[in-house]
Design a protein around this ligand. Structure first.
Ligand SMILES: [Zn+2]
Length: 213
């Protein structure tokens, strides 16, 4: 009984290959376990914050604050549906909100200055004006009430260079994590104001982040 050199080498190679395979499996198991028990801490996987369409991006500080809330609530990411708006975009957002949820819901959301814009919508609709005319009248009213709205912290999406104001899609947060998400956001103390779906908003969470001076 003897082993020649080629057999020995073959045995060594085969042991080496088995060990390599084993190590690979152990590594896969470790990564898998790390993913289950501490997905962000172990693997540095930042929450994925994306935008529903083309819009001005929020600041790095605001994004960081939102990411920390998502991480605390163990939510892997979210979609931002709106940030800063021009008066034209604000008129369209308010118009669409009223079409989707009605005038009464709108009156709960936008504050006293916004209610004047809602009044314009109601009057224009009663007068059977078309969408273009209604939007133009609403935009003119927004420009009219904006100085008062800025003073009273209303209509926050329009012309607020001191704030990052953004909406997070309700549907982008898994339903079983929405409670943890809003609790983490409120507990963080990082935001000037947060409005959830039970506070006037319907399909989003509204966030206001005060930029550092
Ligand atoms: Zn909002």
């Amino acid at each position: 009984m003897f082993l020649d050199l080629s057999t020995a080498t073959f045995c060594q190679l085969s042991i080496f290959a088995t060990l390599k395979k084993l190590m690979k499996n152990v590594l896969i198991i470790i990564i898998f376990a790390a993913n289950i028990f501490c997905p962000r801490l172990c693997l540095g996987d930042e929450p994925n914050i994306s935008y529903a369409n083309e819009m001005p991006k929020i600041s790095g500080d605001a994004k960081h604050a939102l990411a920390s809330v998502l991480a605390t609530a163990n939510v892997s990411g979210c979609i931002i549906t709106s940030t800063t708006r021009t008066s034209t975009q604000q008129a369209k957002a308010m118009y669409d909100f009223k079409i989707a949820y009605g005038v009464a819901a709108a009156r709960k959301l936008y504050g006293s200055e916004g209610n004047k814009v809602v009044d314009v919508y109601v009057a224009q609709t009663k007068a059977n004006r078309d969408e273009t005319a209604i939007l133009a009248a609403m935009e003119a009213e927004i420009k009219e009430v904006l100085p008062a709205a800025i003073k009273n912290n209303h209509l926050m999406h329009v012309d607020r260079p001191d704030y990052d104001v953004f909406d997070v899609s309700l549907n982008s947060i898994p339903s079983d994590k929405r409670g943890a998400f809003i609790a983490a956001a409120n507990a963080s103390g990082l935001f000037h104001r947060i409005l959830g779906p039970n506070e006037g908003e319907q399909s989003c969470y509204h966030f206001e982040f005060k930029k550092s001076q």
